[in-house]
Design a protein around this ligand. Structure first.
Ligand SMILES: [Zn+2]
Ligand SMILES: [Zn+2]
Length: 212
C-alpha cells in the first residue's frame, strides 16, 4: 500500500512539472468577490473601531489599548488600534483566501473541491497552513492539450480520447510510466529513446519547457 501511494505521488509530481503557472497566475484563482468582501469588511472594522475609540476619548470611555496608558495620546492610540485591526484583517484574509484558492483549484483539477476545502478548514485552527501544504503536495495535475489534436485531456488519461495519442510515455520494457526527460527507465534501467514528441505543455502555459 505505501508503495502504491509513493508511486502515485511520483506520477503526480512529474506530470505536474509541466505546469509553469506563476504565483500571480495562481492568485487569480482566488474569487474576486471574496477579496472584495475582505476589503469591505476591513474598511468597516477600521471605521467602527476608530469611531468607538474616538468616542471613548470624547466621553471618557474605554480607549485602546485598554490599560489607559495612551489616554492622553489619541493619535498614538488610534494608530495602534488601526495597526491591530490591520494585522487581524490580513491574517483572516489570508485564511479565507486559502479556502477560496483550494476550492477553485481543486475544482479545475477535477478533484473533490468540497472535501478538500473541508480538510483545509478542519486543519486550519490547529495547524494553520498545514492543510494547504498537504493539498499542494497531493493535488492532481491540470488538464492539458493533446499535442496531436489539441483537444483538452484530463491529466489522468493515458491516451487522448479524440485521437488515441499516447499521452504518457511508458518504458517499453516494464510498461511503467516515465518522464519525457528520463534517459533511462528509473525502474528497470532500460535506455529510453523518445522518438516522437511525448508530451505537450498544459493548456494554461505559454512558456516553453526547459529541462530543469
Ligand atoms: Zn488528441
Ligand atoms: Zn522500465
Amino acid at each position: 500500500m505505501p508503495d502504491a501511494f509513493n508511486e502515485r505521488l511520483r506520477l503526480i509530481r512529474f506530470r505536474r512539472k509541466r505546469e509553469h503557472a506563476t504565483f500571480r497566475e495562481e492568485l487569480r484563482i482566488i474569487p474576486k468577490w471574496l477579496v472584495w468582501t475582505c476589503i469591505i469588511l476591513y474598511a468597516l472594522a477600521l471605521v467602527i473601531g476608530l469611531g468607538v475609540n474616538l468616542h471613548g476619548f470624547q466621553t471618557g470611555g474605554a480607549v485602546f489599548p485598554g490599560d489607559e496608558s495612551l489616554r492622553n495620546e489619541p493619535v498614538l492610540s488610534c494608530a495602534g488600534l488601526a495597526a491591530a485591526i490591520t494585522a487581524c484583517a490580513l491574517f483572516l484574509t489570508l485564511i479565507l483566501c486559502m479556502f477560496g484558492y483550494v476550492y477553485r483549484d481543486a475544482k479545475r483539477r477535477g478533484m473533490n473541491a468540497g472535501l478538500w476545502t473541508l480538510l483545509v478548514l478542519i486543519l486550519s485552527p490547529a495547524y494553520l497552513f498545514i492543510g494547504l501544504i498537504i493539498y499542494l503536495l497531493v493535488r492532481e495535475p491540470l488538464p492539458f492539450t493533446c499535442p496531436q489534436c489539441a483537444a483538452t485531456v484530463n491529466a489522468r488519461f493515458n491516451f487522448c480520447p479524440n485521437c488515441k495519442y499516447n499521452l504518457h510515455p511508458a518504458c517499453p520494457q516494464c510498461q511503467r510510466e516515465v518522464a519525457d526527460t528520463d534517459k533511462f527507465c528509473p525502474y528497470c534501467a532500460t535506455e529510453l529513446t523518445h522518438a516522437p514528441k511525448p508530451f505537450a505543455e498544459p493548456s494554461t502555459s505559454s512558456i516553453p519547457s526547459t529541462n530543469s
